[in-house]
Design a binder for this molecule. Structure first.
Ligand code: ATP
Length: 195
């Protein structure tokens, strides 16, 4: 089973593209969702996060996300430590999950793939791109947020050009049907070559 990393900046359409692959029968692992689950189920993550963030990091409902967000806001060092606790466990969990899937290849959708070196564990990578203003407009339409907030999230991600240089495939997601055609093309290529 080959593993494919699928990424793209905020609002590029990662989830939209992942859904298209899923409709072709490809198993999809959504790293953000699995990471959220693992922070509440992994005893190792719980104890290490409590160690660096304090007892308040967890409440009776699990990870206290608001508290954690407040702690790591503007504290890059702490954010880095939190990621160093969570990311390797997600990578390990993905590996185990991938071994249980059937088919030629499976996909891990992750917001951060190149920035943290995670792409090195993938057999292939797919980058989803779209013009910046289009991405901003999509997020403004989808979420209750502001342009400034989106901009600051974009600033935390690598620019597309830097990611493009490392990606095996780039999908330009502007028009749904053109995107679907690109997905089909990559799918057929992978079915032939990723054996
Ligand atoms: P995030 O990083 O915020 O999770 P994402 O990269 O996963 O975003 P999506 O959630 O797939 O992006 O897409 C963002 C929004 O744009 C969604 O509301 C989606 O329906 C819409 N969208 C995505 N692609 C297209 C497209 N080609 N045409 C029109 N709307 C689109």
């Amino acid at each position: 089973m080959k593993t494919i990393g699928l990424t793209g900046g905020i609002g590029s359409g990662k989830t939209t593209v992942a859904t298209m692959f899923s409709e072709l029968g490809v198993p999809i692992y959504i790293a953000d969702i699995e990471a959220k689950k693992l922070t509440n189920t992994s005893e190792a993550i719980k104890s290490e996060l409590t160690e660096i963030l304090g007892e308040k990091a967890y409440n009776k409902n699990g990870l206290n996300r608001k508290y954690v967000a407040d702690q790591i806001f503007n504290n890059e060092q702490l954010l880095k430590k939190v990621n160093q606790i969570i990311h390797p466990r997600v990578a390990e969990h993905f590996k185990e999950w991938a071994q249980q899937q059937t088919g030629i290849y499976c996909i891990e959708e992750a917001a951060i793939l190149f920035e943290n070196g995670g792409y090195k564990n993938c057999d292939y990578t797919i980058l989803v791109t779209a013009p910046k203003q289009l991405r901003i407009d999509r997020i403004l339409k989808r979420d209750d947020t502001t342009e400034t907030e989106i901009q600051s999230r974009m600033d935390n991600q690598w620019p597309d050009e830097k990611k493009k240089a490392l990606a095996d495939f780039t999908i330009e997601n502007i028009d749904m049907e053109m995107t679907r055609a690109q997905v089909k093309e990559i799918h057929e290529y992978l079915l032939k070559t990723a054996q």
